[in-house]
Write a protein that binds this ligand. Structure first.
Ligand code: ZN
Ligand code: ZN
Length: 329
């Protein structure tokens, strides 16, 4: 495990992918007891642990002028396990529903980690509300090579479905396909984009659960390859200062986690890293100091035309790790 100064925000060292790991296959997914699934991510790589039937509920708040802590929505993080005949599957899901100044957002991220020899993960990103958008990402083996497949949807301008047609301007000429709209039913999948990626690549949602490994192993920092759409990053998670953080479910002893995204040398320049639900800039993550459970995130959340400074704060924890207790409990 590499160690980093606790204050390092972004790693300056750029890692190159170790081609020696290309042969590693993520078949070693071992259920450790009945309550969690340990995803072995290769030699020397931090393990990802997915717990059975865990549910964490959060309030989403912002300050509007003199009004502090105005609720603008709710968020939920859930994990569960599924056994099929030939595969163990660990699921992680988060949903966010928000509403601000007439703009509605229902956003769901769902990731499946599979013990299959050919598929490592599948993740689904679905946005509904005032706008619709879908994205899917898979890390799988194709012709013996670990590959990422990314696809997204877009407006179906020019399709032949006449129900999508609108009347011509001033009624002159024939009805034609609408040029642009926000209706989900007018969206079609674009051609997938395919690239190589390390077998242990994560999506951002999974990396939030990897923070627990950082805390449980008492390390100061760890790294993972991460895909944001079809762009590869080296993500670093670094433990920072300690603080007691008060949220609706109580006051918790917390540790700050710094998240840094470094572009690998092999990636083309440009492109911005976007965090959970498209959060921008620096997200402030506070996790419980002994379990690594997420207690609060603060950051800028885009809600359609608005960029809102929000706080996502723990309200309720069901089947969370036993050590998660408020200070005054
Ligand atoms: Zn159409
Ligand atoms: Zn349309």
């Amino acid at each position: 495990m590499q160690r980093h100064a606790a204050t390092a925000l972004i790693l300056t060292a750029c890692l190159t992918q170790d081609s020696g790991e290309a042969d590693w296959v993520p078949v070693n997914v071992v259920p450790s007891g009945y309550s969690e699934l340990e995803i072995d991510r290769g030699v020397g790589e931090p393990t990802l642990v997915i717990r059975s039937d865990e549910e964490l509920n959060y309030v989403v708040e912002m300050d509007i002028g003199p009004f502090k802590g105005v609720s603008v929505g709710e968020a939920r993080f859930r994990s569960w396990l599924e056994n099929s005949a030939d595969s163990e599957i660990g699921h992680i899901e988060t949903t966010f529903s928000g509403d601000y100044a007439g703009y509605k957002l229902d956003h769901q991220l769902h990731t499946r980690h599979l013990s299959s020899e050919d598929i490592a993960l599948e993740s689904f990103d679905t946005q509904r509300g005032s706008e619709s958008r879908r994205r899917e990402l898979s890390v799988l083996k194709r012709d013996g090579v670990w590959t990422a497949e990314y696809r997204y949807d877009g407006h179906c301008s020019g399709c032949e479905d006449e129900s999508h047609f609108v009347k011509a301007f001033l009624g002159l000429g024939k009805p034609a396909h609408c040029k642009k709209c926000k209706e989900g039913k007018h969206r079609v999948w674009r051609e997938p984009r395919v690239r190589t990626a390390p077998a242990n690549t994560l999506d951002f949602l999974s990396s939030i659960y990897l923070i627990r490994t950082l805390i449980l192993t008492e390390s100061e920092g760890l790294e993972t390859p991460l895909l944001d759409k079809d762009r590869l990053w080296n993500l670093s998670l670094t433990a920072g200062e300690e603080k007691d953080v008060s949220v609706p479910s109580g006051k918790y002893a917390c540790r700050r986690i710094f998240i840094g995204a470094e572009r690998p040398e092999s990636e083309p320049e440009g492109g911005k890293f976007s965090g959970l639900f498209g959060m921008k800039g620096s997200m402030k993550f506070w996790v419980h100091e002994t379990t690594g459970v997420l207690v609060q995130i603060a950051g800028e959340l885009p809600l359609g035309p608005f960029d809102l400074g929000v706080r996502i704060r723990l309200k309720e924890a069901k089947n969370a790790p036993a050590g998660l207790r408020p200070l005054d409990d």
